[in-house]
Design a protein around this ligand. Structure first.
Ligand code: FES
Ligand SMILES: [Fe+2]
Length: 464
């Protein structure tokens, strides 16, 4: 069991509960600025959760590695000689130096640049310079291997890791809603990662960036300039029909939906194969796609088997709690990596169906570059707002006034499909944001995974 240091007295469990008022739909702004809360997030959320690492196509061969983070702990995701994917803390056991400085590559072993300790691909400490003469053969190398993630697993090629041995399996952690979210990537058939990950730092709290991924309210205002430039079609970007799915531990999907009738038309077209759909021109696709011009292939009929009859109609944005956004605008995963309360490193992984032609690939890449990442029209609009919201949470007077998350509160019903899948069908709303913050508080209150398993809210039913 991962030990978390106790609260230092400046904040306790009751205070965490008071930060989120689910009945009123308000949250305390200090959740974006308080350093104690931030520290607790690293301990009780990031160090416990399953965190997205990379896709198998990014590390296909033994020795291939990719650097990522779990909270602020840097990790090396590496395929060892046996083909097993290892997740190792990127910190030498001698004086803590970072072992691996490149973001991605291939290595035979990891040699520390400070005093030369040498670790194998599975983290084993192989060699210590001066082992005989300086250490007099008294160093217990087996005890000084690299620290490994407690659990590593993948969902159809998408690797995750947790530092907590008592975390549930990845399958159970994702639950139905998390798995539907992942299926928005995997249901298209085999995908490959595009080389390179776009990274940029935005001076905002990571939660305000997560909050925004469910936010279909801001589109018409924040992205008005992108619409004027002809890059987005606001009518298509802000459809009134919305679906929300809320999963245990804080996973959620929120945004546009396909009606049952619309899905039936797509099923007829695809009939188990997506070739016919993909042969359509953009204009023809517009008849079938809820959002004109998007570069994500329509879901094949087979997707319904993996996603279920409701999940297949949810075309909004999934978030794997805490910070992995699966963008449905194109095939991308964005991480909102915390770098202190006031800074977030936004990463964009891009994926393509393996069978894309070169022309399809180029068209998708152009669309992706112009959407998100440092050059993305949409992310520039968004980042500015997140930054200002975060800075306002530092004002000693301003921070005493809560944020308003009341849209749709108490107005909607959770509907249950005969299949058992639950969803809310409504207009633009803030259900997914309220759910995310409610679960966030549950994570922070629970002292360990056992307590979290017992106290976390089940997926809601009834009036919401
Ligand atoms: S810090 Fe790595 S060998 Fe000394
Ligand atoms: Fe936006």
């Amino acid at each position: 069991m991962l030990e978390t240091r106790g609260l230092d007295g400046s904040i306790d469990e009751d205070m965490i509960s008071a930060l989120i008022d689910g009945e009123q739909g308000t949250i305390d702004r200090r959740i974006y600025s308080d350093p104690e809360i931030y520290k607790l997030e690293l301990q009780r959320i990031f160090a416990r959760a399953w965190n997205f690492m990379c896709h198998e196509s990014q590390i296909p061969n033994p020795g291939d590695y990719f650097i990522n983070y779990i909270g602020e702990d840097q990790v090396i995701v590496v395929r060892d000689e046996n083909g097993t994917v290892q997740v190792l803390l990127n910190t030498c056991r001698h004086r803590g130096n970072a072992l691996c400085r490149a973001e991605q590559g291939n290595a035979k072993s990891f040699v520390c640049s400070y005093h030369g300790w040498n670790y194998g691909l599975d983290g084993t400490l192989l060699n210590v310079p001066g082992e005989t003469h300086f250490y007099r053969d008294r160093i217990d190398k087996a005890a000084w291997s690299l620290v490994k993630a407690a659990q590593v697993d993948h969902y159809k090629g998408f690797y995750f890791a947790t530092l907590d041995p008592s975390a549930p399996s990845l399958h159970d952690y994702l639950g139905e809603v998390g798995r539907i979210g992942m299926e928005t990537m995997t249901a298209q058939g085999e995908v490959v990662a595009v080389d390179g990950v776009q990274k940029n730092v935005i001076d905002c709290n990571w939660k305000i960036a997560v909050d925004n991924l469910f936010d279909w309210y801001h589109v018409r205002i924040s992205h008005g300039s992108a619409a004027k430039a002809g890059f987005v079609n606001l009518r298509m970007m802000m459809p009134m029909e919305q679906m929300v799915m809320l999963g245990e531990y804080g996973h959620a999907i929120g945004g546009p939906m396909l009606s049952e009738a619309h899905q039936a038309e797509i099923d007829k077209l695809s009939d188990g194969e997506r070739a016919e759909i993909n042969a359509l021109s953009d204009e023809e696709r517009a008849k079938w796609s809820p959002r004109i011009g998007e570069r994500r292939p329509l879901r094949p009929k087979a997707a319904a088997e993996a996603m279920g009859p409701v999940g297949v109609r949810a075309t909004g944005h999934p978030n794997i709690f805490p910070n992995s956004w699966i963008s449905t605008r194109a095939m991308q995963i964005s991480l909102r990596l915390p770098k202190g309360p006031f800074e977030t490193e936004v990463w964009w992984f891009t994926f393509m169906p393996k069978k894309y032609s070169e022309a399809e690939r180029r068209a998708a890449m152009k669309f992706i570059r112009l959407s998100f990442g440092p050059a993305g029209l949409l992310e520039q609009d968004d980042g500015e707002n997140w930054s200002q919201s975060t800075h306002a949470s530092q004002g000693v007077v301003g921070q005493t006034y809560p944020h308003n998350l009341q849209m749709g509160l108490g107005q909607d019903e959770v509907l249950e499909d005969p299949s058992g899948q639950k969803r809310i069908e409504t207009h633009v709303n803030e259900h997914a944001q309220r759910w995310t913050y409610k679960c966030w508080a549950e994570w922070l209150r629970a002292k360990d995974w056992d307590e979290l398993k017992k106290t976390r809210s089940p997926s809601p039913t009834g009036r919401i």
